[in-house]
Design a binder for this molecule. Structure first.
Ligand code: NAD
Length: 255
């Protein structure tokens, strides 16, 4: 049976790539919703998320955080799988996503790249294995000049994974954006530095620096398509799964 996939945000940068990847995966592209759809479009434009979900087995959602709660309600009512890539969600949005996961299969990831999810798994293990009094953890990221937030969601996820491995809360140990007379580095801190320039898709390095050795774990994304390929893989995986809030680690069998 061919799996039918719809795209919320089909007119966006990610949406256009997702449409290509759905077809490349031999799934059926039902169509999508999005603003500013061109007159000569090659996809079906639905009136709203409920109509899109009704026509699809899974909905890929790469839109805007302001839509998260209404999409959670519509997807829950439809009973279909929801693959959520939108970032910048508030605590209330996250609660709505978690509630949806009690009724439908939801795969949520701030980064659908398989490589980054492997980095997250390793970061937690490294945080647990390398004691914070001896190994200083620093995260350096670089992105294109248009990016408006820092540090990136992925950098924060890496920091959270290290903190989890160390049994601490990231908020208690973050040192971000050092400038001027900052004083010495605090023992146990997890540091962040953000670089911006050019059209860098996304680079993240996790560094553990000790007196006698240093470990670097680096991920470089060269093409946004890696996120689209991962999200379509998640959609094919999620259809017909029991209701739950899954992560990309579940899809990759790494949880
Ligand atoms: P974009 O601005 O190019 O596209 C956004 C899409 O959402 C467009 O189709 C737009 O029409 C649609 N949209 C926005 N507001 C809408 C509304 N009120 N009603 C209907 N449609 C609406 O953005 P993008 O670069 O494609 O990114 C979209 C989201 O995906 C962002 O939150 C971004 O951070 C996230 N993202 C996630 C990953 C990941 O791997 N999880 C990767 C890249 C981007």
């Amino acid at each position: 049976m061919t799996i039918r996939i719809g795209i919320a945000g089909i007119t966006g940068r990610m949406g256009r790539l997702l449409a290509e990847e759905v077809v490349a995966a031999n799934a059926e592209l039902t169509g999508g919703i999005g603003l500013d759809a061109p007159e000569d479009r090659a996809f079906e434009l639905f009136a709203d998320i409920a109509e899109l979900a009704a026509a699809s087995d899974a909905v890929l959602d790469f839109t805007h955080a302001s839509l998260a709660q209404s999409h959670a309600a519509a997807l829950t009512a439809s009973g279909k799988a929801w693959i959520l890539g939108t970032t910048g969600l508030s605590a209330a949005d996250e609660a709505a996503v978690a509630a949806a996961g009690e009724h439908i299969p939801v795969v949520q990831a701030s980064n659908f790249s398989p490589g980054v999810n492997l980095v997250l798994a390793l970061a937690e293990r490294m945080g647990a294995a390398l004691p914070d009094h001896a190994y200083d953890a620093e995260i350096v990221e670089m992105h294109h000049r248009q990016k408006v937030d820092a540090p990136s969601g992925t950098a924060i996820a890496i920091g959270r994974a290290v903190a989890k491995g160390r049994g601490v809360s990231l908020g208690d140990v973050t040192e971000s954006g050092r400038h001027g007379h900052t004083g010495a580095r605090k023992t146990g801190a997890i540091g962040f530095a953000a670089l911006r320039g050019g059209q860098v898709v996304g680079e993240h390095s996790l560094i553990f620096a000790a007196g006698a050795e240093q470990i670097l774990l680096t991920h470089r994304a060269f093409d946004r398509r890696v996120f689209a390929t991962g999200a379509v893989r998640a959609a094919l995986w999620a259809v017909n799964r029991p209701p739950h809030l899954y992560s990309m680690m579940d899809v990759l069998g790494m949880s």
